[in-house]
Design a protein around this ligand. Sequence first.
Ligand SMILES: C[S@@+](CC[C@H](N)C(=O)[O-])C[C@H]1O[C@@H](n2cnc3c(N)ncnc32)[C@H](O)[C@@H]1O
Length: 223
Amino acid sequence: MGPKTSTSKKDSKVSKRGFKSSKTSSTAVLPKGWPSDTTYIGRPAYSKQLTPEVLTALNTPATTSATTTIKSAAPYSNVRITPISSPTHPAHNQHGLFATRNLQPDTLILPYLGYAHGKADEDPASDYDLSLHRELAIGVDATKMGNEARFINDYRGVGLGPNAEFREVWLDVGGGAVEKVIAVYVLSAGKSGKGTRARGIKSGEEILVSYGKGFWEERKGDD
Ligand SMILES: C[S@@+](CC[C@H](N)C(=O)[O-])C[C@H]1O[C@@H](n2cnc3c(N)ncnc32)[C@H](O)[C@@H]1O
């Protein structure tokens, strides 16, 4: 899958994208289990190579369409970064993100934060790169900086399906300013309002999204 930006939640998949380092400030309080070689951020970081036009697009909601604005709650107490100890889990010896409380269908879990970049400084080897703005080919890479959302695994080989999904929203960064971000939401209950989706995510369950087929197709033959 290539960059990428998305206008719909279905377009927001993790893909092999680029990354280049950038100076950014970290917040004082780190979530438990946060890796020491990764910078924890509470709002997006931007590549210096992004043009003023792109930066404007990333902080200006369209007046013609409905928008959702969220507030930061970092570090996120509704989730826990957890080592994967089960040998049957396909991400064994890595980490995953688990719910610390029952999460109802359609509720916000947390934003996926990272380094916003264009084609010029994408890292094709990244496993943490998500489409942020498809038309402008902007990705957000959480390889070297991000938040708890970077630990969310794909459902394949773990659960029957995803229990969460990516949605486009605006993050309130204070002073009346907002920034475009992709956020992770619990799946809606579905039309029937019955079955596993209607349960939401129970406390202690792993949060799982779909990275999209493209993510895995790009990695076929790796190793
Ligand atoms: C965005 S990271 C997810 C967090 C990662 N497990 C960690 O500890 O940093 C994506 C990487 O996690 C692993 N992963 C996630 N879901 C997986 C799955 N269903 N099967 C196998 N590996 C998975 C793969 O190595 C993938 O490249």
